[in-house]
Design a protein around this ligand. Structure first.
Ligand code: PMT
Length: 380
């Protein structure tokens, strides 16, 4: 069967609750306007290729599963999109162009610093009716709204980076809401990025639902109450990493995330994903510790060294390598000193964000991945 997956159900798609990705894409409704979204993304990629730039697709935020066609209720998950939005900023400052594919209304690069829940933007502004004249930034000319002076130092570099990103044309945004939209868009963005070859990176930080209700089983109207408990049967969302690795982005540098709540499952599950899908790297994170601790799990590439990595990296994080006997994988823990509380916003690692270290390490690995292909072709 195409797309590297077979249905366990024989000829009826999803009969046993399991779908191959091919069955999924053949039977489920693509999002409206997909062609235009793909065209705009393709033009973006072409411009980056002409400028010799590397491009990363960052997926971010949670996906919903609508329970009705005229949606009143839906299933959702916890993700606010912090990981993706934060990482996108660091990729941009590392010289990447970014396709930021995120859940509608989730956190976005730069604006995330002023999330309405943690740092409402209006709280930064001078109230013209009560402003203190001695506050230089608070002078009100009746025409301009000003930022309170104590917030200027924080806001200025963010505002500059935000405008730079807009003016440069290096950031392209695409949004999804449902898991179906996410899957169609992921396939489309991967195809669009194919011409980049090894210069394309895929950073799959979105929290993707594992279950969905296929379109044939979604009721048109609002589910009525009054009949006692509600029983919903959901099918398993096909894992698309395998077709992605084999067909959609065969030359891409693909990084997936593995989220667990039981820390003992993190490394075994990450290794299982690498074995099953054959991509380059899994970043494992525990739900409560994700803001200040992650683990890179990957295949061993060269004879192993028992040392840690570069100085700049280990000076800001606690880094430790573990080797697993009799297998081909290695895992590298990355920790922000000081730890965090896992809440929204940064961890307790001061102003530092673990995404800075994640992105720096990924850039290094991606460059090595590009270089490897160049060395291969010149030695032929
Ligand atoms: O947004 P934050 O609050 O900052 O949280 C960040 C995060 C915890 C959501 C993020 O760091 C993370 O772990 N994202 C992946 C969560 C997840 O969906 O894990 P998973 O085990 O279900 O999926 C593993 C990988 O396969 C993911 O990269 C996912 O994008 C991909 N996947 C999942 C399902 C599916 N059908 N196809 C996929 O390709």
């Amino acid at each position: 069967m195409a797309d590297g997956q077979s249905s366990s159900s024989g000829s009826v798609p999803g009969a046993s609750g399991k779908w191959s990705s091919q069955e999924f894409f053949q039977t489920q409704q693509p999002p409206q306007g997909l062609e235009q979204v793909a065209k705009a993304a393709s033009e973006f990629v072409q411009r980056q290729i002409e400028n010799g730039r590397k491009v990363v697709l960052v997926t971010s935020g949670g996906t919903t599963v609508p329970l009705e066609r005229n949606v009143v209720r839906f299933l959702d998950n916890f993700s606010a999109g912090t990981r993706g939005a934060t990482s996108a900023e660091y990729f941009l400052s590392a010289g990447y162009s970014v396709i930021f594919m995120s859940r509608q209304h989730s956190l976005a690069p730069y604006t995330r610093h002023y999330s309405h829940t943690t740092n409402p933007f209006l709280d930064l502004l001078v109230d013209p009716t009560t402003h203190v004249p001695s506050d230089a930034a608070a002078e009100d000319d009746g025409d301009t709204i000003k930022v309170m002076s104590q917030h200027v130092a924080h806001l200025r570099p963010i505002l500059k980076a935000y405008h730079d990103a807009r003016a440069s044309g290096y950031l392209h945004k695409v949004s999804f809401v449902t898991v179906n939209e996410y899957l169609f868009l992921l396939r489309e963005m991967s195809r669009v990025m194919q011409p980049l070859g090894r210069k394309g990176m895929y950073y799959l930080a979105a929290a993707v639902s594992d279950f969905f209700v296929p379109s044939t089983k979604v009721p048109e109207h609002k589910i009525q109450s009054g009949k006692g408990s509600l029983v919903i049967e959901m099918d398993q969302v096909p894992k698309v990493l395998k077709p992605m690795v084999q067909k959609w982005a065969p030359e891409g540098f693909i990084v997936s995330f593995k989220l667990e709540t039981d820390p003992n499952l993190l490394i075994p599950k990450a290794r299982a994903a690498l074995e099953r899908y054959g991509h380059q790297l899994v970043i494992g994170n525990d739900l409560q510790r994700r803001k200040f601790e992650v683990v890179f799990v990957e295949r061993k590439r060269r004879p192993r060294k028992r040392t840690t990595t570069s100085d700049s990296f280990s000076s800001v994080t606690g880094l430790e390598k573990e080797d697993y006997k009799n297998d081909d994988f290695e895992s590298t823990w990355m920790r922000l000193e000081g730890g965090g509380d896992g809440g929204e916003g940064g961890g307790k690692g001061g102003e530092r964000e673990i995404e800075e270290d994640i992105v720096r390490e990924l850039c290094r690995r991606h460059d090595a991945w590009i270089q490897e292909a160049e060395d291969d072709s010149s030695s032929r």
